[in-house]
Design a protein around this ligand. Sequence first.
Ligand SMILES: CC(C)(COP(=O)(O)OP(=O)(O)OC[C@H]1O[C@@H](n2cnc3c(N)ncnc32)[C@H](O)[C@@H]1OP(=O)(O)O)[C@@H](O)C(=O)NCCC(=O)NCCS
Length: 193
Amino acid sequence: MQRGTFGAGPRKEFAKTSRPGEFKLEPFTPQKSCSGFQCAVAEYNDYLVNDALRSMHDHIALTWLLTERSTGKIAAYMSLIMDAIKLSFTEKELHNLNYPFKTIPAMKIAKLAVDRSFSEKYKGIGTFMIDSAEHLAWACNTAYCAARFLTVDADIEHDEGVLAFYEKNGFILNSELFNKNRKTICMRKDLYC
Ligand SMILES: CC(C)(COP(=O)(O)OP(=O)(O)OC[C@H]1O[C@@H](n2cnc3c(N)ncnc32)[C@H](O)[C@@H]1OP(=O)(O)O)[C@@H](O)C(=O)NCCC(=O)NCCS
């Protein structure tokens, strides 16, 4: 995907210029139509239309939609799942986690995508979605179940730039860098430092 090819003039900062109540973040439901959603990667559009609800029904992934209230259009979506990451001794030291366990609990952003028409208008929707995932993880930590990290498998197959996007949002590379297929890069963000 090409950055900087937006044609509609300077983009507005989503967090600063969207009015309170203009957008809502809510779990996906069967009543919600998502057929118009178009991000830069076809696979992510197909997932929302064909797999997201089934994955929710089977408790494989829970999808959240950012919807524009006035039009009902989906500006972005993310799918969240529970996770556990293996950290090396040095990585555990870095996060001050002096525990003998091999894995540390986490919440993973399994999918994240922003609709192109909203990307053309606003900068910062992806960042807003990550901030929202953090808030959900904190809420979960307080009330239900522990997760120390937010994790992501950055999809460099479709766009190498996503690494920079996640780094700008505070994610760092895991020492176990690649998944088996080497098409994604494993990253984490400490929710508490
Ligand atoms: C990747 C994606 C979610 C980013 O959303 P976004 O709303 O454009 O991101 P933001 O506006 O919050 O960007 C935050 C910062 O990251 C940078 N950034 C965002 N996407 C980038 C990319 N693809 N390449 C390089 N830098 C990127 C922005 O320029 C911005 O930097 P700045 O603060 O220095 O100006 C969106 O482009 C998308 O949906 N892509 C297609 C699906 C996809 O690849 N999802 C990720 C799968 S792991």
